[in-house]
Every structure is written in C-alpha cells, then in structure tokens.
Design a protein around this ligand. Structure first.
Ligand code: F6P
Length: 357
C-alpha cells in the first residue's frame, strides 16, 4: 500500500541506553504497521535529523527478535548538538530549527522520542517550535518526573540485587566490608531498591548526605553483635555531609565507592573491598517487567500519534498507562523522599543511611 506523508511517524532513541529500548521500537513498528503507517527509525538520536539526515524505514521484519535484545538498533547520542538552546544563533545554524525542518521534510505526523530527562527537554523545545513530538520515558535511574516508572530501571535493579547477593557470600566468607557503587547520578532509586532487596546493611544515596563516622559506627556495631561482615550500597551521586559529589573527570561521576571503602577501612580496621558495577546495569536483555512496560509505552505512543496528542509523554501512574505534559516530566527530577515508606521501612529493619536517624 502506498504511504502518504500524513501516515508516517518517526522514532528515535537518545541519551544513555537502557534495557527495553529495542522493545519500545518493536512495539512502535508493530502498532504503526497495524494502522498502515510507515515508521522511520532516526539514527543516533536527534543527530540523525541534522545535515544529510540518518534514518531508515523500519518494517515488521526489521523488528523481529528485538523484544529481548539490549541496547538500541537505532544507536543513541548523549545530547550531541542539542545542548541548551542558544538564542543568538541564526536559524540555519540552530540545530533545533534544523531538526524541526527535517521533521517537516520527512513528512512525520509524529516523532516518538525515547529517552530520559535530557531527551524530553530537547523534545519539548522542538514541540515549542511546532514539532509533533511524543515522549517515552527511559532511564535505569528511574528519576524522570511525571511517571511512576521508567523502563530499564527494573532490569538495572535485578543486576544490582544479584551483585549484592553475590557480594554477601564472599563478604561473609572473608569477614569483610564490601562496598558496591551503583548508578544514580542525582537520585538513589537503584541503591535504595537494590539495597533493600539485597538486604544490605548501609545504603548511601544523594538525597540523604551521610556522615562517614556514622557509617563506620554501624560496621563496628555489627561486629560487636557478631556480624563479622557488612554490605554497603552507595549511589554514584551520594555525598558526605557538607561535601559534594565525586567525579573521575570532566563531569563524569565516580569515586565515591572507593572513597567510602578506604575511609571505612581506616576507621574500622576491617578488610574492605569495593566493586563499581557501572554499565553492566545498562547492558543486556530487559527483564520481563521492562519488556512489558516498554511494549505498553510503545503502543501508547502510537495511539497518541493517532489521536493527535503531541507535546506529551506516555507515563505509568498507579499501574495504568496515561499521558502527561512534557513540561511536567522535565521541570524537576523525581528524587527519593527521605521520609518515604521505603526509607522508613529500611530504618525499621536496622539499615543505616549514614545520617544517624
Ligand atoms: O543512564 C543514566 C546513567 O546511568 C547515570 O546514572 C550515569 O551517571 C550515566 O548514565 C553514565 O552514562 P555515560 O557513561 O553513558 O555518560
């Protein structure tokens, strides 16, 4: 069947990858092809809309077998040319204007932007310039506002929990302190959930600045009560009271796990080891939960395009898929509330958050 310009949509993946990106792409292609629409896969995030344009038509056969596959077949870019919009640029040099023009030239009736907060900010800027965008919330960090869950988080949680389980047996065998550094740039969702699911003794998150002496005291108390090992989970963005996040280089977070490990060894005299889980949390096959969430998001995004709902993001609220304005998703990050029930639950079981409460 010939496809007119009004029956074509685009899809792109942007920002750090997360398990489930391919599952969203698959759902978009399948749902769109059910409507007789053509899908253009824009490559390398928003960069694919610049210059010569980099895209390909995606058919049902292109997405066969994609559901369990990690990464993204469209590749992804962190921001690229799309930093904060500069108002001093002439239109021909403004990447935002170029992207909107490309969306028009390609005849897209909708552009599905799969990504985290940075991606949805770019999408909102494009929407303000007239582009028909629909966001899909992704990030292993689960810190995007407007939705209860981003896809990718559940898989990362599984990986981090598995790591804690494994560290438990080796820590107990050697009477050691094991420190696990997990991702979580500005928020402690992975550390908190995995820490509780894995039964760790100390959880350090950006939302609750910690005192290293209080952390050391927890280890000593455990020792005194006969527990000769301790498991510490620390989010990469956690910081000591009165201090700042730690960076390995130009804006790349890292180092807090090793800092906590060496301080604990010094303060407690316990043999301590540090594991930085890193990108293992982002790679590999999505969990069944993430496959399902990604599939629901992809189908809902196509439905939004069909109904002409743009400038919004698909979201999960109280187990139901709904739509929220992009402005709501990008205004602020969704952080762990220090008095939320999960934190209170942890405290009641004796988990230390390093703040002495
Ligand atoms: O996906 C979000 C995130 O996992 C952050 O927690 C982390 O700081 C960042 O990505 C690292 O990404 P990259 O190495 O791709 O810059």
């Amino acid at each position: 069947m010939a496809t007119s310009a009004r029956q074509r949509i685009g899809v792109l993946t942007s920002g750090g990858d997360a398990p489930g990106l391919n599952a969203v792409i698959r759902a978009v292609v399948k749902a769109a092809s059910g409507l007789g629409w053509e899908v253009l896969g824009i490559e390398d995030g928003f960069e694919g809309l610049l210059g010569e344009k980099s895209y390909r038509v995606l058919t049902n056969s292109d997405v066969q077998g994609l559901l369990p596959r990690g990464g993204t077949i469209l590749r992804t870019t962190n921001k690229g040319h799309f930093g904060s919009r500069r108002t001093d640029l002439p239109p021909e040099e403004d990447p935002y204007v170029q992207a909107v023009n490309a969306i028009r030239e390609l005849g897209l009736r909708g552009l599905i932007t799969i990504g985290g907060e940075g991606t949805q900010r770019i999408a909102m800027e494009l929407y303000k310039l007239g582009a028909p965008v629909i966001g899909v919330p992704k990030t292993i960090d689960n810190d995007l506002a407007g939705t209860d869950r981003t896809f990718g988080f559940d898989t990362a949680l599984q990986v981090a929990t598995d790591a804690i389980d494994r560290l438990h047996t080796t820590a107990a065998s050697h009477n050691r302190v094991m420190v696990l550094e997990v991702m979580g740039r500005h928020t402690g969702w992975i550390a908190l959930h995995a820490g509780l699911a894995g039964g760790s003794d100390i959880i350090l998150i950006p939302e609750i600045p910690f005192d290293i002496e209080i952390v050391a005291e927890k280890v000593r108390q455990r020792e005194a009560s006969g527990s000769t090992f301790s498991i510490v989970v620390v989010a990469e963005g956690a910081r000591p009271r009165g201090g700042t996040e730690m960076y390995v280089s130009d804006g790349r977070l890292g180092g807090i796990g090793h800092w906590v490990g060496s301080k604990l060894e010094e303060l407690t005299g316990k043999d301590t080891r540090v594991v930085v889980l890193g990108h293992i949390q982002r790679g590999g096959s999505p969990s069944p939960y993430d496959r399902l969430l990604s599939t629901r998001y992809g189908a809902a995004a196509v439905k939004a395009a069909q109904e002409g709902v743009f400038g919004e993001m698909v979201a999960l609220r109280a187990q139901e898929i709904t739509m929220v304005p992009l402005a709501e998703a990008t205004g602020h990050l969704k952080t762990v509330r220090p008095h939320s029930d999960l934190v209170i639950c942890g405290r009641s079981l004796g988990v230390s958050f390093g703040d002495g409460l």
